[in-house]
Ligand binder design. Structure first.
Ligand code: NAD
Length: 496
């Protein structure tokens, strides 16, 4: 078998045919306006494709065909077993094209090929499988009612679901929306980020090949404009969004200005990772703390970007942490040995460097702080660690890059106060050997996911994922996700 080295992937990349058109009603189409935008690879700053820049006419077109498909019940009207079979076929195709889709993801978003081939694409296929396999097992309820009545409570698909998603895990985040939405019988219009549209465009063809009827799954590449138009559209029944809190707030307003579509938001985070003096294994905790912020270049909504360390173990822990951080060496993400790739684009690069500059003024730089490999034309930043006060800007705002703020605390109450003192509440972690502390602190942490003695565990679909406070509402993953894409109906049948 051929070794998949850097030159293997570079060879594959050189011969890759990249599709940049929108996918509407079962076919690839240019934007009505004919406009395109450049898709730039963060690996070297080169343009790798021209992508359809969808606007109002494309949004109207996609929503109209999605509505038509829903009204015709071409998908919603199928026995769930049939939807399951088609979705499973799609998952098989995703796995069969794993290398190609992973390569698109790496070229487009700068993610290491070792991750896109093992996490992003298999994770998306697994998500499709999981919801496919679930959908013919969930039923409704027959509820207690007057003797002359039969009372049914059922869940029905909402109709047209628009999914607007970010660039950090392009296909994976999209799958967390489209898999449950499609399994439940909805039509979907997916709007990938303008920074990472390629994998979504590619998998649309595979959806069609698997047998998803025309109009049921559509992909509209473009920037904020088509996202906004979908959120304002009166024929979109549900807008499922993953992205920044600022845009999430706008989307809620667009829903209010239009048809009160259901709005589900998965937003930003500034997650605390608390290390207590009785941490069971400082080496493991240090490696996990580094991975929590440097995996995926720190472009993680759950990034453990605030490391809260007890004063008694601070020096020992920081030594281990900086050692662990040094193992993340940014490099060409097409190299399978590289664990840290490129920052998604120049805008994000400048944003992260801006925060590092702010950090230099308000905090103590312990590690990193520089852009690397500039001659490549790509966007690379080394792992960066600051020791900082709890109220510093870098310790409060989401950076979405490889920048860690270390904050020292003196007591458990202090740690919990700092942890919860954030507008966000996506995730949190605590490291302790004491079972009582573990449970008590977990209960006090205001976050949608709490890890104890680990970080970022839980690739299983069984765990609901989402945020407290301004990290969002609703939950992706798990059977609970189906609630977002269904309406609850009470049917009362009078017998006599
Ligand atoms: P973003 O909010 O800038 O963009 C997200 C999507 O919204 C993109 O597709 C974008 O084109 C679109 N968009 C932009 N402006 C819009 C508007 N006015 N109306 C409608 N759509 C609009 O976010 P991003 O930079 O792509 O992603 C980073 C953010 O995503 C971070 O805040 C991160 O924490 C968050 N995120 C959250 C989760 C989660 O599950 N909670 C997961 C991944 C990323």
């Amino acid at each position: 078998m051929e070794q998949k080295t850097l030159s293997y992937w570079q060879g594959k990349a050189a011969s890759l045919v990249i599709e940049g058109r929108a996918f509407i009603d079962g076919a690839y189409r240019d934007a009505h306006s004919g406009r395109t935008f450049d898709c730039v690879s963060p690996i070297d700053g080169r343009t790798i494709a021209k992508v359809a820049d969808c606007g109002a006419e494309d949004v109207d077109h996609a929503v109209a065909v999605a509505r038509r498909a829903f009204d015709e019940q071409a998908w919603a009207g199928l026995n769930p077993r049939k939807r399951k079979a088609i979705l499973l076929r799609w998952a098989v195709l995703l796995r069969a094209h794993l290398d190609e889709i992973a390569l698109l993801e790496t070229l487009d978003a700068g993610k290491p090929i070792g991750d896109t081939t093992t996490v992003d694409v298999p994770g998306a296929a697994y998500c499709v499988e999981w919801f496919a396999e679930a959908i013919d097992k969930v039923g409704g309820e027959v509820v207690p009612a007057d003797h002359h009545l039969v009372g049914l409570v059922t869940r029905e698909p909402i109709g047209v679901v628009a999914a607007v998603v970010p660039w950090n895990f392009p296909i994976l985040m999209a799958s967390w929306k489209f898999a449950p939405a499609l399994a439940a019988g909805n039509s979907v219009v997916l709007k990938p980020s303008e920074k990472s549209p390629l994998s979504a465009i590619r998998i649309a063809q595979l959806a069609h090949e698997a047998g998803i009827p025309s109009g049921v799954f559509n992909v509209l590449p473009g920037g904020g404009e088509p996202g906004k138009l979908l959120a304002l559209h009166s024929d979109v029944d549900c807008l499922a969004f993953t992205g920044s809190t600022a845009v999430g707030k706008q989307i809620m307003q667009y829903a209010g200005q239009s048809n009160l579509k259901r709005v589900w938001l998965e937003l930003g985070g500034k997650s605390p990772n608390i290390v207590l003096p009785d941490c069971p294994d400082l080496d493991r905790a240090a490696k996990a703390a580094a991975s929590a912020i440097f995996y995926n270049m720190g472009e993680m909504c759950t990034a453990g970007s605030r490391l809260l360390v007890h004063r008694d173990i601070k020096d020992a822990f920081l030594e281990k942490l900086t050692d662990a951080a040094r193992s993340y060496k940014p490099g060409n993400p097409l190299d399978p040995d590289v664990s840290m790739g490129a920052i998604v684009d120049k805008v994000q690069l400048d944003r992260v460097l801006g925060y590092i500059d702010a950090g230099r003024k308000e905090a103590k730089l312990l590690l990193g702080g520089s852009r690397l490999n500039e001659a490549s034309g790509g966007y690379y930043i080394e792992p960066t660690v600051f020791e900082t006060a709890r109220d510093a800007r870098i310790a409060r705002e989401e950076i979405f890059g490889p920048v860690l703020s270390v904050i020292v605390f003196d007591s458990v109450d202090d740690a919990v106060r700092i942890a919860n003192d954030s507008e966000y509440g996506l995730a949190a972690a605590v490291w302790t050997s004491n079972l009582t502390s573990a449970h008590e602190i977990s209960r006090r942490l205001r976050a949608g996911t709490v890890w104890v003695n680990c970080y970022d565990e839980g690739g299983d679909m069984n765990f609901p994922f989402g945020g407290y406070k301004q990290s969002g509402n609703g939950r992706d993953k798990s059977l609970h996700a189906l609630e977002k894409y269904t309406e609850l109906k009470s049917t009362l049948v009078r017998l006599r």
